[in-house]
Design a protein around this ligand. Structure first.
Ligand code: 5AD
Ligand code: SF4
Length: 440
């Protein structure tokens, strides 16, 4: 009998990529993926620990696995990813029905560990942060129906921003070999992928420690020459490592899309210092100016935290002024969340929950207006769209993204999935744009 596995993925693109890697390994070993948790013989929960709320969501699902296990004693259940790494074997104590605890660095062992659990029915944890990264599992046909994909180029982070748990749960920064990345990109293109987003916690510092190896711009240049790869993106970048060489690539690269996600986190120099970010507000503004000069029309998105310890009303207003001044196309904003082990735990001046919520609401309201006016500015322009498939709303509409990463819906009765088409933007909304096909 073919065994069915179910994966629930919380969190960021790194987790999504990790889940795809595990699925491919398991399918290559003869397992089959199911979308139904009730039918599954193996349930894996890939977790996120970046904020308390994300962790609570994962723990609540893990709690609910208890009754499934009671009904199916042979069910295998595993917790994967950042919460697994953070809580470790305590999870085995807390949830007596869990079989497997697997850290983000150890996901490539998933098949071997499942075999061991089945054979010996023992409970296993694998949490070695020094574990070497292995190459990409390749499963033909896995990406069927998709036109975009993530590709992990590095793992971990060495920055230790004082609010961030990532360096503790994903370990030290490690870059994957360029030849393996290029080989994987070619494989993805052979599987029908047209757009690749290179991912890592801090892609700008790819191979930064070894001068003999290709830098991030060098890697982008090599990928740019892969035929059939229409679009290249990357995330996440750190402002302190954004080199002129990388900015210059936006002028000349064929496939590189005109979008930069550049988390700023705060508009106040005091807070940036307490966060240990390594740049000032002016330095950040200067980077954005250089990007816009090099590639007019480039879209800029960012992350912002409100209510960091010690954030005064004036610091918060500095953040508001920054978002007005820059005019981000989109902003992901969060209330500061206390995480185990982070340096910010020791900082004085904790902000209460109500005040954090008040600041978040003001910031988000302000950004909503900016996003909408940015989207409206595109009305009447011609944009290239990579068609991803039918729009969510249906109505004979297709959906895709501009090179600047804006979601565009447009009416068409044809199957254009995977095609690059030119459209005219008819209307800009809060979260998407409406368009019409330009020539057929
Ligand atoms: N609290 C709130 N937001 C956080 N982020 C990271 N750690 C925290 C935290 N402790 C946000 C940052 C980061 C994004 C992925 O999550 O803005 O860029
Ligand atoms: Fe966290 Fe800072 Fe590393 Fe980003 S760069 S993962 S915010 S420590």
């Amino acid at each position: 009998m073919t065994e069915l596995f179910y994966i629930k993925t919380f969190g960021c693109q790194m987790n999504k990529h990790d889940s795809d890697s595990m699925s491919q390994i398991l399918i290559n070993q003869g397992y089959r993926q199911t979308e139904s948790i009730k039918d599954a013989h193996i349930i894996l929960v890939n977790t996120c620990a970046v904020r308390e709320k994300a962790e609570e969501k994962a723990l609540s699902l893990i709690g609910r696995l208890s009754h499934l296990r009671t009904k199916k004693p042979n069910l295998i259940t595993g917790v994967i990813g950042c919460v697994a790494q953070e809580r470790g074997v305590n999870l085995l104590k807390h949830f007596p029905y869990l079989d497997l605890i697997l850290g983000p660095r150890n996901i490539y062992q998933i098949d071997k560990l499942l075999s061991q659990i089945k054979k010996e029915r023992e409970r296993i944890s694998s949490l070695d942060l020094a574990c070497e990264l292995t190459s990409f599992p390749k499963c033909n046909g896995y990406f069927k129906g998709r036109v975009t994909s993530f590709l992990k180029i590095m793992e971990g982070c060495d920055n230790f921003c004082t609010y961030c748990i990532v360096p503790f749960v994903r370990g030290r920064e490690t870059s994957l070999p360029a030849e393996k990345i290029i080989d994987e990109a070619k494989h993805l293109v052979s599987q029908g992928i047209k757009e690749i987003t290179l991912i890592g916690q801090n892609v700008n510092s790819y191979n930064v420690r070894d001068k003999a190896l290709p830098t991030f711009p060098g890697l982008l240049n090599e990928l740019d020459s892969i035929s059939g790869l229409e679009r290249l993106r990357f995330t996440t970048s750190h402002p302190k490592n954004l080199s002129d060489e990388l900015i210059d690539l936006f002028a000349g690269s064929k496939s590189l899309c005109a979008h930069m996600h550049l988390p700023v986190q705060s508009g106040s120099n005091n807070i940036l210092k307490l966060m240990s970010r390594g740049y000032t507000r002016d330095k950040y503004i200067d980077l954005i100016e250089r990007l816009r000069k090099t590639r007019p029309g480039i879209t800029i998105t960012s992350d912002m935290i409100v209510g960091f310890p010690g954030e005064t009303e004036k610091d918060f207003e500095d953040s508001l002024r920054l978002i007005d001044e820059i005019g981000f196309d989109n902003l992901f904003s969060f209330k500061y969340s206390e995480r185990p082990g982070i340096k910010a735990l020791e900082l004085p001046g904790k902000i209460g929950e109500n005040e954090k919520q008040r600041r978040l609401s003001i910031l988000q309201e302000r950004q909503r207006g900016i996003t909408l006016s940015k989207n409206r500015l595109l009305e009447g322009t011609i944009q290239e769209i990579l068609v991803e498939g039918p729009a969510k709303r249906g109505d004979n509409q297709l959906t895709g993204r501009t090179r600047g990463d804006k979601v565009v819906n447009f009416p068409s009765a044809n199957n254009l999935k995977g095609r690059l088409v030119m459209v005219r933007i008819v209307k800009g909304f809060q979260n998407s744009l409406l368009a019409e096909l330009v020539d057929g």
